[in-house]
Write a protein that binds this ligand. Sequence first.
Ligand SMILES: Cc1cc2nc3c(=O)[nH]c(=O)nc-3n(C[C@H](O)[C@H](O)[C@H](O)COP(=O)(O)OP(=O)(O)OC[C@H]3O[C@@H](n4cnc5c(N)ncnc54)[C@H](O)[C@@H]3O)c2cc1C
Length: 479
Amino acid sequence: MTASQRYLSRLRDGRSVWLQGKIVEDLPSHPAFAGTIQTICALLALQDDPASQPSLTFSPPDTGKPANLAYLVPGSKEEVLQKETAYRIWSEKTFGMMSRLSDYSRSLLTGWYASRHVLGGSDGKFADKIDRYYRLSRDQDLFSTTALHDPQVDRSKLSSQFDDPHTHLRIVRETEDGIIVRGAKMIATGAPYYDEIFVYPFHRRPQSEARYATMFAVPVATKGVHIVCRESFASENAEDHPLSSRFDEMDAVVVFDDALIPWERVFIKDDPEAIWRLRQDPVAVALSQQPTVVRLLQKLEFVAAIGHELACTIGARQYLHVQEKLGELIIQAETIRALLLAARERAKPNQYGVWLPAVEPLTTARNLGSRYYPRALEIIQQIGAGGFLQVPSALAELNGPIGPFIQKYYRGAEVQAETRLKLFKLAWDLIGSPLASRHELYERFYSGDPVRTYASQYAGYDRQELIQTVWELAKSDAR
Ligand SMILES: Cc1cc2nc3c(=O)[nH]c(=O)nc-3n(C[C@H](O)[C@H](O)[C@H](O)COP(=O)(O)OP(=O)(O)OC[C@H]3O[C@@H](n4cnc5c(N)ncnc54)[C@H](O)[C@@H]3O)c2cc1C
């Protein structure tokens, strides 16, 4: 079986994926999922292809079988680059539009595995459990996602302050086989068509909230686990919606209705400080930020290219303010490229010999991305202006009864109507479609509330050197 055949067969496992009030019976053929699943299959085919396999996989010494490079614990600067290259190949194929291809969660897992001897709670079982789980995930090439946030019911309350203590996810009882959990978690992008979900709290919890501080991995097809999808933004019309037809990564809330999580999958239980150590683990943080920044760069380049083509197509490139805006798009992409390069060049081994890209440039890039992307979409709007609505409802109208009008009035500066319309349809899918709004929201929020991620970059920054120069000057003035 090929990798994509194995993936498709795993999707037919009786999972409870809810859309429009019904369980989706067959994900690969359902219009809301088919395009995205086909995209994933095409990426998996690259892993099987002898030409691209060496760039996307490595051979773990214990199996010798090709495994996705996200699972590699880098032992040299070259391997840091090797991982980056693999992420770039998948990002290029998806124009940076697929943000949760599991490279993020697989990298988290790889980080926890690399740090397994210093993470975990007082039961001392973390290292063994994560070791086994890492190998399972790596060897079966499992796709995973995360569901880390409590449902947004009332953000002024602690989890324990709700009338129903299981509004936020919590253990109901413990049995010989494992823990029974009830409550909901959000937002698990890709959960409907991935294999596994990592669940733990994103924010630091006080000790008094220990019952809400458990970490586990759950197969999507677990009894009592319901994947509740948002409305689908997928389109079956690839001609008019080239992005929505291929790249709608479904977002979902995960509802746990007394689901059993076996002990071997419960990595940390009722331990806020152990979870917080895991959240801050430098290996998991560095490894997981690398793919997100690679993807961001790809997406910003894609937007810059579309901006340039739009300006050329409507003859607006000559205007200075348009060039200034196109320059801003290039500056965005080049800034992120430079930060990625800095992260790689400043890569260092930690005390256990794991080579890590430098985190500061990666965090800077990720934080900039939450402001760059909405601004990039704004620039595309300013360049395309009313032209986004100077499009017929379907490309097929080019050949219909009013085709001659469309050929005449919808053409570009130096291109036929068909070329101009294809470009504008693509650009609209990027900035104006439901998928586009979702992407803007994603870039603002995917790595946390930007207010708190900026503040946390400041709080965690080594300010000693900065401060020193100020006081050197201030003291010398005083003399
Ligand atoms: C498209 C998309 C995909 C996502 N995919 C995933 C995923 O795959 N896995 C996953 O785990 N998460 C995912 N997320 C969730 C994402 O991490 C969160 O949206 C983000 O961390 C913000 O949390 P929230 O949405 O709960 O916002 P809230 O925390 O509810 O914030 C709402 C507003 O209240 C303010 N606020 C709330 N509490 C505080 C506070 N204590 N201090 C200051 N201000 C506060 C915020 O600043 C904000 O303005 C995704 C989100 C989006 C939009």
